[in-house]
Every structure is written in C-alpha cells, then in structure tokens.
Design a protein around this ligand. Structure first.
Ligand SMILES: [Zn+2]
Length: 282
C-alpha cells in the first residue's frame, strides 16, 4: 500500500497475550513476524512498538487514506481561493490609498496581476470583480476599505477551511461545511442571473464538498453521526479486529468449558454421576 511504502509498516506488540497471538506469526526461516496495523501484511523482525492494545497508535488505512486525499484536493482549491481573494483585497486596499491617481494605480496594480492570472487561464479584464473595483473607484474611501476588508475576511475564511481540510480535522470539516453552505445561496443567485463556466464550476465544487463532508464524515448526526463514523474507523482497524478475534476466541474456549462440564449436569441429575465418573477418569 502507498502509505506503507512511503512511511514504512507499523508493527505493534500488544501486552495482552491473546491479542499478541492474533497479530504475530512464526516463520520457519526468519523468526517472528508481526502484522502491520496499516496494511495488514506480516512483517518479519521485531515489532516497532509494544504496550497495551488500547494504546496502539491510530493508523489511517483504506477508505480513510482515500478520504484524506480527497479532502486535500479540496484544501488546495481553498488555498487558491484564499490567495486570489487576498490579492484582490490588496489591490482594492491600495486603490483606497491612492485615490488621486486611482485610475493609474488601478492600471499599475492590475498590470502586475494580469500576467499572473493569465498564467492560470483567467482573463482579468473580463472579471466581474475588476468591474466591481472600477465601480469602487467611484466610492468613498470608507466603502473601499470595507470592500477590501470583506475580501480579506473571505481570504482568511478560505485559508482556515483549507487548513482544516488539509489536516482532516473534524473542526475543519464542520467549518468548511458551514462556511461553504452559507455561500451557496449567493452562488445560486449569481447562476440564476447568468450562467458561466467559472460560476458553474465553483458552484459544483462547493456543492460537492458540502455533500461529501455531510455524507462521508457524517456531520450533524447524518448516518449515525460521530459515533457511527468512529465505529466504522474502529471496525476497519487491524488492532481492533485482533482484539475482537481474541475476545471471540476467549468466549469460544469458555463456552467449550461450559459445554464439557455444563448443561447436562444442571438439567439432568442422572448425568451428574456420569460426569463425575468421567472427571474421575482424568
Ligand atoms: Zn504496512
């Protein structure tokens, strides 16, 4: 598996003998082998760590790694939004401070960004935001600062979303979900006035993110909420599976014990003598 190839296998010897038995195997030529907690393959050699089963390191695997990857793709998109909004905030703010030569300042600042945006295939002259900045030139300095502040605030929100999603934190998932949802009505409104490729794309990304987060991360109690989400992660854990297998084995042995000396002796008094006879033979 990719993650194991990059950062190595994770082997752990639990203190509990029966759980340890589930996670280890003896090989003929190279001694003991331990099950990797991430990919589940047996790795020969000494275990990297040991301790109680409950204190085993939490390892991301399978679905969780894929999900973290998807969230990072969304995170990168958020970072791009943050940078774009931050640059615009800066441009608007600069215009606010050089009103005497507003038009000239506008052209100067814009020239600096034109190439940058053209690199990513974006014609800045056609941007509605540039139209808004043009409009802002006719506004009062206070309004211009408010616009710049609003853009800077948006950049900060996108930055926080990006960090939360990049780190796959639950707070980040909630933050991104709520902040993105709040923007959706405005995006629908914009699309209703005119449908463009960029608008449709941005809207599709946001909608996909919200649905993805609510559904797979089970936010707000969806599909059992946090408990069900964590239970699923546990059920996919190698250590948890070993602990459960060990518990089942204990249960099995206990049941076998009860079966050997159990039900008949209780139900039929006649069998008591028989069982004690058997016991005497051993
Ligand atoms: Zn591994």
């Amino acid at each position: 598996m990719l993650a194991c190839g990059r950062s190595g296998h994770v082997t752990y010897a639990p203190a509990e003998a029966d759980v340890r038995h589930q996670l280890s195997a003896r090989t003929a030529e190279s001694g003991d082998a331990w099950r990797c907690l991430r990919c589940g393959t047996f790795v020969t050699g000494e275990p990297q760590l040991s301790g109680p089963a409950a204190e085993a390191p939490a390892v991301r695997r399978g679905k969780e790694i894929r999900s973290a990857f998807i969230l990072r793709v969304f995170a990168i998109e958020r970072f791009v939004r943050a940078v774009a909004a931050g640059l615009l905030a800066y441009v608007v703010w600069r215009i606010g401070y050089s009103r005497q030569s507003a038009e000239r300042a506008f052209d100067r600042e814009l020239a600096a960004f034109r190439g940058l945006f053209q690199d990513v295939g974006y014609r800045i002259e056609h941007s509605k935001l540039v139209g808004l900045i043009h409009h802002a030139l006719t506004l009062s300095p206070t309004t211009i600062k408010l616009v710049a502040g609003g853009l800077a605030g948006y950049a900060v929100i996108e930055l926080i979303e990006g960090i939360g999603l990049w780190l796959s934190r639950r707070w980040g998932e909630y933050f991104a979900m709520v902040a993105t949802s709040l923007g959706l009505p405005y995006e629908v409104y914009e699309l209703a006035s005119k449908i463009t490729v960029i608008r449709s794309l941005l809207f599709a990304v946001n909608l996909a993110l919200v649905l993805y987060l609510v559904n797979t991360k089970r936010l707000f109690g969806v599909r059992g909420g946090k408990h069900a989400y964590e239970a699923r992660l546990r059920s996919e854990s190698v250590m948890e599976a070993a602990t459960e297998a060990a518990a089942a084995r204990r249960e099995e042995l206990a049941a076998a014990d009860r079966g050997a000396a159990g039900p008949e002796t209780v139900t039929s008094p006649g069998a008591v003598a028989e069982t004690s006879q058997n016991a005497a033979q051993y």
